[in-house]
Every structure is written in structure tokens, then in C-alpha cells.
Design a protein around this ligand. Structure first.
Ligand SMILES: [Zn+2]
Length: 448
């Protein structure tokens, strides 16, 4: 396939904006890049996809999300409004995740995947919980991901909240699914992969962390966990064994260059050092942090000391430019300083670091760049800048000009999933209608 008449935003090591260029795609890779006229004569037989002068960029990457949270949209949490994050967990999320069936899991994932395709997110790192439908839940999500054509890294969040049987079932689900992606190669390896999920230090005993460490090859597959999202996680960890959360996770072998720690809002300087020393990934979710009123992580400080920080959505819409905007505004408001969190820093997290993080799980080809050899994960953006746009001010055009609805075409692994805003594989009307029915039933099951 030959994409022509494109304004390429290449990102990658040397970001360039290239007018009237073309990309040649073979299988799931970009194999050539050059001026439209040149590539047209080089590949005269190729099926042409005309970009009509739109911006063509690598697909967005979401470093941390929860497909299972989709049915929370519009749901009233029972009881008084939660006053803090622990109450939000108890009254909303820990009731919702117990009410999910495998059918709910499937449709929650599908509606999130449609949202991702429509808004230009081609790779997602998901963290799943469904306490009364654990076994096989990752297969159900993987099947939805396969149907959608997107790329995802999946895990099940192990927790002690509902007794030892469910803890064991969570561990088993991770191990089973990891095997199905690696040893049994049940899923296409370049689009579906796995890591090992843990909920958060505050719902995991020493014995469970030990069991996870012993059962799991962290060196090769890593862990994906929430850490220090709220002070409660630190208080709990100090109470359990006298150590802070990141120290505790380090002690149990959770940290490392293949592991993801989501949030890290309430960590001290030594914990930040531990994250850097171990090469652990941190993900930042500003919309979620604002919504849960947990505080603002010192993201700029972490980046400055060499901690790798990516940008996630945490179950909010998988429209990553909304997360860009939230990151850009949140830190200015939180510190009352308009110099904080520049557009370039947001791009460093969302583009450079997210691509490197996704590359940990999908090492077969470079990600997040338009270059020969890279995965053909590509979006078309119908944006018409009203001021000069250069590689230097591109992040600010994205922050102040780009809208998620400007994405008209989404390609993942060389396959066109949406063309001119029409989904080619998923039946959006059927999926949303079924999702509404299932969500209504699930809401009724959420125990007051
Ligand atoms: Zn999360």
C-alpha cells in the first residue's frame, strides 16, 4: 500500500515535517518513505491511499489504561459522594469490578477499542480486573483486541481484596495468558502481548507479593502495578513492614526495566532514585489524578533525574491528545507557575517515552515513528494550521489546535481500521447498543 499526498510528521530520533510525501507499506511495516512522485514511480503497482494533504503521523500510544472501566460512564456511585481516593475505590471501582461478567469484559474492551481507533490511539497497555470473572478474562480481551486490529499489552491485577482463592486465580490468569502469548503463541505476537498485573501495594500482602515473585519471570515479562497514587498506599506499606511503597516493591522484585509503576504521586526522593536505578517505567495520568484529587506527581523532577515517565489514560477516553492537554494545564495550575510542564515535556512523555515503553513489549520493530522498518501504525489528521507550524512548535499545535475528532484514518500493523472516519471491521452501532444493555444490567448488580 502506498500512502500519498501526505504531510508527514515523522517523530522518531529526528522529527521532521515533510510536505507532499509518501509512505510505502508492506505487511505490518513501513518499508519506504519519500516524495509522493518518487515513490509513485518506484511502486507503480501499489494500491494507493491518498491522504489529500492531511497530516500523517504515527498512531498514539496509551501507557496505562483500564478497558474494564468503560461501564462506569454515567453510573452513580451508591451512597454519599466519596470524600477521597480510598472511598472512590471502595464505593465505585471495587463494586464495579466485582459486578463484571465475561460478556461485560468483552464489550467494555470493544467500546474502548472503538474509541481508540476513532481518536488515533493504536497501542494500549491495559490493566484488567473482574473479580467474579477472572479465568479466561484476558483471552476475552485479547479476542476483542484481535477483532479491532489494534495493538495491546494485557495483564490481570492480582489483589488480596477478595480472599486467597481470587488471589490465586489472579496469579494463574496472568501466568496462563503470558504462556498463551509466548510459549503457545496463541495470539499474533506483534499485536498482543502480556505482562504480570498487580493491583497496588495496599491490597497485596507480603505472602502474595512473594508468591507473584516466585511464580513469575519478572526479568522477561515485568510487572504492571499502581504505586503511591494516594498517601494511603504509603501509610499501609509503612504499617505492614516499616518500608515505603517503592522500597517494598523493590524488595519483592517488582521493579525493573520491563515493569510499569502507574502514578508515583506520593514518593520521596529515595524512592525516585530506586525507580531510576532499576530502570522502572512510571506512567502519569493527569486526568485521573485530578478526578481523584490525589495530588500532582513531580513529573518534571522525575524526568530531570532520569526516570522514564510515559503518559497513560487510566480508563478515561483513549483519546491521548486530551491527556496531553490535561498534563500541560494541570502542572501549571497545581504549582501556580505557567512555566511548568512545557509542550516539549508533554511530547517527551507521550511520544518519545511511550514509544520506548511500547517497544519493551513489541520489540520486533520501532514504534512511534514514521521511518523505514518501523511498524505501520499510522493516523491521518485533518488539521489546517492557522499559524506557521514547525517541528519546534508542533507540541503547542497539538495542545492548542489538534482535536481527537480530526483523526480521519487509522492504520495499525499495516491494516486500515478506519478510513475517512468509517470503521472497517467493528460494527459500532451493534457494539454500542449491546454495551448500553449490558451496562444497565451491570449497574443493577452493583451492591449498595
Ligand atoms: Zn490505573
Amino acid at each position: 500500500m502506498l500512502i500519498t499526498n501526505a504531510r508527514l510528521i515523522t517523530w522518531g530520533a529526528t522529527n521532521q515535517i515533510l510536505e507532499n510525501h509518501a509512505l510505502y507499506i508492506e505487511g505490518d511495516r513501513i518499508t519506504d518513505l519519500g516524495p509522493s512522485s518518487e515513490l509513485r514511480s518506484k511502486y507503480p503497482q501499489a494500491a494507493e491511499l491518498d491522504a489529500w494533504g492531511q497530516y500523517v503521523a504515527p498512531g498514539n500510544i496509551c501507557a496505562h489504561t483500564h478497558f474494564y472501566g468503560a461501564f462506569a460512564r454515567g453510573m452513580a456511585a451508591p451512597g454519599d459522594p466519596p470524600k477521597d481516593f480510598p472511598e472512590i475505590l471502595e464505593r465505585l471501582w471495587w463494586r464495579l469490578d466485582k459486578a463484571l461478567t465475561l460478556d461485560d469484559v468483552r464489550y467494555s474492551a470493544l467500546v474502548c477499542l472503538i474509541d481508540a481507533i476513532k481518536h488515533g490511539t493504536t497501542t494500549l497497555i491495559d490493566h484488567h480486573a473482574s473479580l467474579n470473572a477472572i479465568e479466561g478474562s484476558l483471552d476475552v480481551i485479547a479476542r476483542s483486541v484481535e477483532e479491532s486490529g489494534l495493538r495491546a499489552c494485557l495483564c490481570y491485577e492480582v489483589t488480596d481484596r477478595n480472599g486467597p482463592e481470587r488471589t490465586r486465580a489472579g496469579i494463574e490468569e496472568n501466568l496462563r495468558f503470558i504462556k498463551s502469548t509466548t510459549i503457545h503463541k496463541q495470539w499474533p505476537q506483534s499485536t498482543i502481548t502480556a505482562t504480570f498485573g498487580l493491583h497496588a501495594s495496599l491490597t497485596l500482602s507480603d505472602a502474595t507479593l512473594e508468591a507473584c515473585r516466585d511464580a513469575h519471570d519478572a526479568q522477561n515479562y515485568g510487572f504492571h502495578i499502581h504505586a503511591a497514587e494516594h498517601e494511603a498506599d504509603q501509610y499501609d506499606s509503612l504499617k505492614k513492614g516499616g518500608s515505603r511503597v517503592i522500597d517494598r516493591l523493590h524488595k519483592f522484585g517488582v521493579l525493573g526495566p520491563r515493569s510499569i509503576v502507574a502514578h508515583a504521586v506520593h514518593i520521596d526522593p529515595r524512592e525516585a532514585e530506586l525507580l531510576r536505578e532499576t530502570g522502572t517505567w512510571v506512567t502519569h495520568q493527569p486526568r485521573s489524578n485530578m478526578n481523584n484529587a490525589v495530588g500532582a506527581a513531580d513529573v518534571e523532577g522525575l524526568l530531570r533525574m532520569g526516570v522514564k515517565v510515559g503518559l497513560g489514560a487510566d480508563g478515561f477516553s483513549n483519546a491521548m491528545w486530551d491527556e496531553w492537554k490535561a498534563a500541560y494545564l494541570y502542572h501549571k495550575a497545581a504549582r501556580r507557575d505557567p512555566r511548568r510542564m512545557s509542550g516539549a515535556t508533554v511530547a517527551e512523555m507521550a511520544v518519545t517515552n511511550n514509544a520506548a515503553l511500547a517497544g519493551v513489549f513489541f520489540p520486533q520493530a520501532p514504534m512511534g515513528a514514521l521511518a523505514p522498518g518501523a511498524f505501520a501504525d499510522i493516523i491521518f489528521v485533518d488539521y489546517h494550521p492557522t499559524t506557521p507550524m514547525t517541528v519546534d512548535n508542533l507540541p503547542w499545535h497539538i495542545l492548542f489546535g489538534f482535536e481527537n475528532s480530526m483523526v480521519t484514518t487509522t492504520i495499525c500493523a499495516g491494516k486500515v481500521l478506519m478510513k475517512d472516519r468509517r470503521l472497517l471491521f467493528l460494527d459500532e452501532a451493534e457494539i454500542t447498543a449491546r454495551s448500553r444493555e449490558l451496562a444497565k444490567k451491570m449497574w443493577a448488580r452493583v451492591v449498595v
